[in-house]
Design a protein around this ligand. Structure first.
Ligand SMILES: [Zn+2]
Length: 289
């Protein structure tokens, strides 16, 4: 039965491939001729499928249009004033267009590396727990000073492109932390089991916090991570803790079924026999000890 299915599959595949070959044999790829510059066209596309680009309007024509009659028609209809210009006029235009394209390419690479630099600095600011304004007020000006003195003015002026404003740093840090959370959730979900540890704490302003740590398997090892930290109403009750956990687990689509362990700091609201958090978790996760 299986062999039969496999045969049919292979037959279908080979038909598809042959069909494609037949099709591609029909299509004739036209080649770019360096003489086409006299119609105002330079080579674009790649070697497999050459195309023509107009030096006047930068429009790219398809491979099928790579023949003198079509190129000339574009020139006559769209740029009638240039129709009678000599070949060297188009060659000058070609050089202009190509240098513009070079500037554009180098600008894209530069802005990409500026973006990456911006993320790297934001990561450092977050790790050092500094105010987000430090990037704009201290890091960037210092980096520019150092570059100007050590490497040169050119390098220093490139650094001015790195976006490091207060708002940018905020955005980058949020983006990175969301990404880290996504990665953690993916790992927890692909782990066969996980266990959690709950801890209550208060911060400087006396706000009650629920800290949840998670232990899970990934890459053949056991890992510990902080799952989340959320504010609780001042009078912490077991119901509040459970509500907080339930909301978070539902939002992040974490399955209680795979939870095999729960441990707490031993506070009354956590372990109390009636309606205690642990008991309620055990109702949700049958395997939890
Ligand atoms: Zn054109």
């Amino acid at each position: 039965m299986l062999n039969h299915k496999m045969d049919r599959f292979l037959k279908r595949k080979s038909n598809e491939v042959n069909g494609k070959e037949r099709k591609s044999r029909k299509v004739v790829m036209r080649k770019y001729d360096s003489d086409y510059i006299k119609y105002g066209f330079i080579k674009a596309g790649n070697d497999f499928e050459p195309k023509a680009q107009c030096v006047e309007c930068a429009k790219i024509l398809s491979n099928a249009s790579l023949k003198p009659s079509k190129l000339k028609r574009h020139l006559d209809t769209h740029h009638p004033k240039s129709a009678t210009k000599p070949k060297d006029y188009f060659e000058r235009k070609r050089d202009d267009l190509q240098s513009q394209q070079r500037v554009l390419t180098s600008f894209t690479t530069q802005s990409q590396s500026a973006l990456k630099a911006s993320f790297l600095v934001a990561g450092r600011v977050a790790r050092c727990k500094k105010a987000f304004t430090i990037a704009e007020e201290l890091i960037l000006p210092s980096a520019i000073d150092m570059c100007r003195e050590v490497i040169g003015g050119n390098a220093a002026s490139k650094l001015e492109l790195v976006p490091l404003s207060n708002n940018t740093i905020t955005r980058r840090i949020i983006e990175m932390s969301n990404d880290i959370e996504c990665q953690l959730l993916e790992r927890i979900k692909s782990s066969p089991y996980y266990s959690i540890q709950l801890d209550e704490s208060t911060d400087l302003t006396n706000i009650a916090l629920l800290l949840v740590f998670v232990r899970y398997c990934a890459d053949g090892n056991v890992h510990d991570d902080i799952l989340f930290c959320k504010e609780l109403p001042t009078r912490t009750t077991a119901d509040e803790v459970i509500r907080c956990l339930d909301t978070h687990f539902a939002n992040k689509a974490i399955d209680w079924k795979n939870c095999v362990g729960v441990c707490t700091d031993g506070a009354a609201s956590m372990t109390g026999i009636h309606r205690g958090v642990v008991k309620q978790i055990q109702q949700r996760a049958g395997q939890a000890k």
